[in-house]
Ligand binder design. Structure first.
Ligand code: TYC
Length: 102
């Protein structure tokens, strides 16, 4: 869209061409050693889920091999992955957490 001003200048509006930023799913992977209760606590603490939802996600991971905990912009997703992995390693558990572009 162009606007002609009385002084002769013409302003041409930039077309909106910015795409929304890509979003990333944060996914927990199953293993045979991490305690179920630890995984439930992780999901509640880092993904702001209530206990019931956290339990459902944990059981989904346990039965299906993986489960989605949330969708975030890149920086937030990668921070969550780091925090989960650090917490799990400090506790001595092999829990794996990854991010995937949606
Ligand atoms: N499979 C684990 C067990 O039986 C529990 C578990 C659930 C581990 C989810 C990891 O992301 C996970 N103790």
């Amino acid at each position: 869209m162009a606007t002609k001003h009385e002084n002769g200048t013409v302003l041409v509006r930039q077309e909106q061409k910015l795409k929304p930023p890509p979003m990333y799913q944060v996914i927990l992977l199953n293993d045979d050693y991490t305690p179920m209760e630890f995984v439930v606590a992780i999901i509640q603490e880092y993904f702001n889920k209530d206990r019931e939802t956290a339990m459902q996600i944990m059981l989904m991971v346990h039965r299906e091999g993986k489960g989605m905990c949330g969708v975030y912009p890149k920086d937030i997703a990668s921070t969550k992955v780091e925090l989960v992995l650090t917490h799990a390693r400090k506790a001595g558990h092999p829990l794996q957490c990854v991010m995937e572009e949606v």
